[in-house]
Design a protein around this ligand. Sequence first.
Ligand code: MEV
Length: 436
Amino acid sequence: MSKSISGFSKLSKSKKIDWVVDTYFSNKEEAKTIIKQYWNANDKLQQLHDEFIENTITNYYLPLGIAPNFLVNNNLYTIPMAIEESSVVAAASKAAKFWLNRGGFKTEVISTTKIGQVHFTFNGDYNILKKYFQHIKPQLIANAKPITKNMEKRGGGILDIKLIDKTNSIANYYQLHATFETLDAMGANFINSCLESFANTFKTEAIYFDGIKDSDIDIVMSILSNYVPECLVRAEVSCKVEELNEDPNVSPEDFAHKFIQAVQIAEVEPYRAVTHNKGIMNGIDAVVLATGNDFRAVEAGVHAYASRNGSYSSLTHAKVDNGIFKFWIEIPLALGTVGGLTGLHPLVKLSLEMLNKPSAKELMMIVAVAGLAQNFAALRSLTTTGIQQGHMKMHLMNILNQFNANDNEKTTLIEHFKTNVVTHSAVVEAIENLRR
Ligand code: MEV
């Protein structure tokens, strides 16, 4: 039976570890050893990680892999990817190589507008509220100047604020719907600070406006939206159908036909669309994480966008036009290359430098490309050999590690499975045979 504890966050790190080890583990020494094994020997680096969050006891590692050969708008990139799934980096690299010889990826940022809302209730006449909003709007912007002046100097800031009537959905519910340009910052703190300033001005100034009492306006909350359909990027690959000629067992025409069918299925069938988009997010999240961005925000926004027409659908599309095969993605991505973890986490700094210190717009393009490449690799396998061949080849090492295979055993079995089908039971059998 575990026990509750108060004042936990105030304990020292070693006392926190003692508590968790004493409370939950039968083999306390082993638990402590694992926790400490993942500490960094460099105390300063460890302290940095300790201080990212509260109650840190150790570090949780993910591999950081790199996928070279990405030609994006005629620039070559090596893309850093933080991910645990065995086949993702290999798939990205293969797709990059395929398109490297066919013109590479073409991308464009369509828009970069971010959104935040003050949600409030108003108990009174909408016409008076509209007049008050028109009257107070310049002051909402002026009072936020201490927050916005630096962003404005760089060319960003508040784009607009609108009053939205939501009383059809909830009685007395309105919004201040604000749009922002946050340039190279993801902008969450900037937007939230602006919104809280708007809310404060909106509430406190209301009593001076004829026809509104202080108690008429109640601020419910002020927060950015992670739904960013106006922060959009598009990435595309295209080539002549006859150039889709990598696999001697499939004609380029059949390949294109089946590939497009697979995309169409994901466009109309939500069960397939979710898995199709999950594969896209394999690539997107891995780069988002490696570059210190918030993958939960990206995930939430991307999936909302995938259902914007009322039914969950594919994020990618494909067609053949005049003998040209085209495959593209359009997704919302609110990313930053300054602020947040970007200047703090040494591996994030390394990843951004590997990408030639991109602007947020450039990073949007690179991340979209990683998603498109991942989807291309998945659909190519799914519509030709099936996914398991490649997946299980990559998964082989995980199974070998589960059975504590030594280096010699690994070498022998990797060789063996170059010509044999990898299944979990086949690997177990091969290990047992080898050890007999
Ligand atoms: C696995 O992580 C991703 C795939 O399922 C994606 C897809 O089915 O398109 C292979």
